[in-house]
Design a protein around this ligand. Structure first.
Ligand code: FAD
Length: 454
């Protein structure tokens, strides 16, 4: 039974970047707000750990130059960025498993593959540019684009096998975190449109340009600090009772009554809450049609970033390997060496069926192909499989199967009575990134204020 009742004008469920951005905006407009967070910490899909006496991240971390809401928020919160380390040669591992060092931007794919990749990239860009990132389902050809899977498009449009495999690894593995035959071309284009509108902005120099001093969870920690007692941790919301103009949100040990609520949880997580009256049929259909991707983020920790001494950046990719991508994630002072990789989509599923020891061996052997045998002897090895995180259940975010975006896109942000929705998964610009979480939270706050004033 709840032990405490809180009265507020707006109850926000979820203390990730979206929920805290919404609450920050509401509090600034003078509204009385409470945030109920299930975990014993704020930050949701951003989560700091400490390595070499400095912050490092188990979840989201990189900031891109195009992310204007993020840059504005960081300034507001007094948080600084530092450039991600990528000096030296990168590594590309070819279909035969051979490692190649290269400098600059273009991996040595071979002429045919490079040309085919560029041509496919240009085709995707021109389609993505036609989409409104806030409502891709309204494009005149949306239905056609949504019925074809990304895999079928690749097979039809990209004749070079290496280019096709690379593009699949990039968009399906690197962003949707699902196999390319399980989501539509439109869903893939939304990802590109939301991240600045060109495939090029997915390149590490853009998308992974900066890291946050103090770790990305600092963004939520600072917002929560400013909101003070309004943020209640260890408050998993199980029940939401609502009628026009009032809502009662019940968590363990605490109930909040408010005039409206913002559910700032990933769409798949609304299925874990009981609504009374039940949510309308359209909303139930939509939530059931969305599912999370699969990501296991690995941090391999070494006493020093030894690869730097050998002229390696620690960055590389290998579309055919379990360790498909690798980045230097050492703290800014290099007080330790940290390499990070993401087991994504089918790789996460396959690796998840191995014993922990077996998986660790495969991952470390995989990292050694990029930076040499010293990779096999880390001082620490940290995995975070986000599908096993009770309050997220996957990563990087949720997406529909083919046809879902055009069937349910209009419903993604539609309020239900006094209940509004926020989180990166339903954002347009910054979709699935921290940027989208900020924008989505702010939009929901504005919608809430407008609804109360009406
Ligand atoms: C491994 C990984 C790497 C990533 N890399 C990047 C990156 O480099 N750059 C980038 O921009 N983005 C990245 N992302 C994505 C980024 O982290 C997310 O887009 C962003 O953090 C989402 O914020 P959110 O507030 O929308 O959702 P969340 O962070 O999921 O917040 C939702 C909150 O709701 C809470 N909650 C859920 N159910 C309930 C309930 N019933 N009651 C109360 N509370 C509840 C959760 O505990 C959580 O705190 C990454 C994510 C992961 C996991």
């Amino acid at each position: 039974m709840p032990e405490r009742t809180i009265e507020a004008e707006v109850a926000v469920v979820g203390g990730g970047i979206a929920g805290l951005s919404a609450a920050t905006r509401l509090a600034a407009s003078g509204a009385d707000v409470v945030v109920l967070e299930a975990r014993d910490r704020v930050g949701g899909r951003t989560w700091n750990t400490e390595i070499g006496g400095e912050a490092n991240e188990l979840g989201g971390q990189w900031v891109a130059p195009y992310q204007s809401a993020m840059h504005e928020l960081l300034e507001e919160l007094g948080i600084e960025l530092f450039p991600s380390f990528r000096e030296g040669s990168h590594t590309y591992i070819d279909p035969e498993g051979r490692s190649h060092r290269y400098e600059g931007h273009d991996a040595p794919l071979g002429d045919a593959a490079e040309k085919a990749f560029e041509a496919a990239d240009a085709k995707l860009d021109s389609m993505a540019k036609e989409l409104d990132p806030e409502a891709p389902w309204r494009h005149p050809d949306a239905r056609d684009l949504d019925e074809i899977t990304f895999e079928s498009w690749l097979r039809a449009e990209v004749s070079d096998e290496t280019a096709r495999d690379l593009m699949r690894a990039w968009l399906a593995g690197g962003f949707l975190a699902k196999p390319a035959h399980t989501f539509s071309l439109l869903q893939g284009l939304w990802m590109i449109a939301g991240a600045g509108g060109t495939f090029e902005l997915f390149e590490p120099e853009q998308c992974l340009a900066f890291r946050v001093v103090g770790g990305s969870q600092m963004i939520s920690l600072r917002m929560a600090e400013r909101l003070g007692d309004s943020v209640v941790l260890n408050a998993p919301v199980r029940d939401v009772r609502w009628s026009e103009g009032t809502v009662e949100v019940e968590a363990e040990r605490v109930t909040a009554t408010a005039r409206s609520a913002i559910l700032a949880v990933p769409p798949n997580m609304t299925n874990a809450i009981r609504f009374d009256p039940v949510l309308p049929a359209w909303r139930m259909r939509m939530a059931q049609a969305m599912s999370q991707g699969s990501i296991n983020k690995v941090l391999a920790v070494y006493e020093t970033p030894f690869w730097r001494d050998e002229g390696l950046s620690g960055q590389g990719f290998a579309p055919y390997e379990l360790v498909r991508e690798l980045y230097d994630n050492s703290p800014p002072s290099a007080s330790a060496g940290v390499l990070t990789t993401f087991l994504a989509g089918e790789n996460a599923e396959r690796a998840g069926r191995l014993s922990a020891d077996h998986r660790r061996r495969e991952v470390l052997d995989g990292i050694a192909k990029y930076v040499g045998p010293r990779a096999g002897q880390p001082v620490d090895y940290i995995e975070t499989d986000w599908s096993g995180q009770e309050w997220t259940r996957g990563a990087y975010g949720t997406s529909f199967g083919p046809g879902g975006l055009t069937r349910f896109g209009e419903d993604l942000r539609r309020p239900v009575g006094p209940i509004h929705w926020a989180c990166t998964d339903i954002a347009g610009v910054g979709h699935i990134h921290m940027e989208g979480a900020i924008r989505s939270g702010r939009q929901a706050a504005a919608a809430c204020v407008e609804a109360v004033a009406a």
